[in-house]
Design a protein around this ligand. Structure first.
Ligand code: NDP
Length: 368
């Protein structure tokens, strides 16, 4: 596959009308489902002007319904389950063009907006490229839809749909392996878990601190679904891997990732809730220093990194390509953690200094 002739590769990068229809159908479905399907309505964090955005967390419902619709369409022969696997490159280039266009529109509408609210006030640096790349508004909306929340949802669901299509292809080819099954189960659990806990997303860095520009739109819509599914392609060529080790890494990673995010989420809502059966250690009434948050300041990143590794392990060790995702995530999370700590040091001042003293490790205890 890697030696694929460039002459064959280049035409498949030009989006066909079918790939554009698939993308349009997908976005329209998500927009309509997000608005009309029932789901818990969550208030976001309090913004600097005292306002709070609302998020309808119905992603699990929307995803289940979409998979059911696609399953029935495949059964009736209306839509091939292989459409995504067969047109992966075209979909990738169509999504890339969409990302460029949407971020240009975001930039122009942001610049001309006179809204003074914290979520929409434009932050313009004067450097056009910088502002387009990083975005200028915190939470831009389109017909009442919070675009940031929408794009991350589209990316996570897209990842599952690409994986399922590759799974269908390996069924058809008769190449379904134990490694493929393991990879598919791990990813499906991770993605379903994301939607079960979708409300936790509303207090993450991306939603509360990052402005919506090309970097985030590209990351959500293209990077998550297309590069995270590299392993699904690679696993087809994998030698048999160690199932027990893979399951162990996945389970421990999941426990740490979900446990840490949950502890912080519960702490923010009700700061006195016991952690691991004991009253929580709280610094300055604001920062949690027990449970996972007493082991390292970003144990949730450690769990996420272990999960990323578990998605790659089923591919074996014959090629470094499947390890692209954990390596990318490692770099991203170290960069993220540095920026987050700068923000927290500014926000919490001496309370943060005290937290650093109590919990000296950033991600991996005794190492980093
Ligand atoms: P966090 O969920 O760790 O959020 C950081 C914020 O939490 C800080 O800005 C601060 O905000 C608050 N906080 C930090 N320490 C404490 C503490 N001790 N007690 C109470 N509050 C604290 O980071 P992210 O939003 O970056 O990540 C969320 C999840 O998403 C992680 O599990 C991460 O691994 C995952 N993720 C995955 C990516 C992927 O590509 N797979 C990419 C990025 C993230 P405040 O001002 O509210 O106090």
């Amino acid at each position: 596959m890697l030696e694929m002739d460039l002459r064959l590769l280049l035409p498949s990068l030009v989006p066909s009308s079918q790939s554009v229809y698939v993308l349009v159908f997908y976005f329209v479905y998500l927009a309509v489902a997000g608005e009309i399907l029932p789901g818990k309505v969550i208030r976001g964090v309090v913004l600097s002007d005292g306002s709070q955005l609302r998020y309808r967390c119905n992603g699990l419902f929307a995803l289940s319904l979409l998979v059911a619709i696609l399953g029935i369409s495949a059964k009736l022969g209306v839509l091939s389950p292989l459409v995504v696997a067969d047109r992966g490159l075209e979909l990738l280039s169509a999504t890339f063009i969409f990302c460029v266009l949407v971020t240009l529109v975001l930039y122009i509408t942001g610049r001309t907006s006179s809204d003074k609210s914290s979520s929409l006030k434009p932050h313009v640096s004067g450097n056009l490229l910088h502002d387009w790349w990083f975005g200028i508004q915190l939470n831009p909306q389109f017909i009442g839809i919070d675009l940031k929340f929408f794009f991350v949802r589209a990316g996570m669901m897209g990842w599952l749909l690409i994986n399922l299509s590759i799974l269908a292809k390996s069924f058809q080819d008769g190449s379904l392996s134990q490694s493929m099954i393991l990879y598919q189960i791990f990813c499906a659990l991770y993605i379903l878990d994301y939607f079960v806990h979708e409300e936790y997303m509303t207090s993450t860095w991306d939603i509360i601190a990052e402005r919506l520009g090309f970097m985030l739109v590209f990351g959500d819509l293209l990077w998550i679904p297309f590069t995270f599914s590299i392993q699904a392609w690679m696993v087809a060529f994998a030698q048999q891997s160690r199932t027990n080790t893979n399951c162990f890494v996945f389970l421990i990673g999941y426990m740490v990732f979900r446990g840490a995010n949950k502890q912080k989420h519960i702490f923010k809502k009700s700061p006195k809730t016991p952690i691991w059966g004991k009253p929580p250690v709280v610094v300055g009434g604001k920062l949690l220093a027990s449970g996972y948050w007493g082991i390292a300041r970003h144990c949730n990143y450690l769990g996420d990194l272990m999960l990323a590794l578990s998605f790659s392990l089923p591919c074996g060790i014959s090629s470094p390509v499947p390890y692209f995702y954990p390596i990318y995530l490692l770099i991203l999370l170290i960069w993220r953690e540095r920026r987050d700590e700068e923000r927290c040091a500014e926000k919490y001042k001496e309370i943060w200094a005290e937290y650093l003293r109590l919990v000296p490790y950033r991600i991996l205890p005794y190492v980093y």
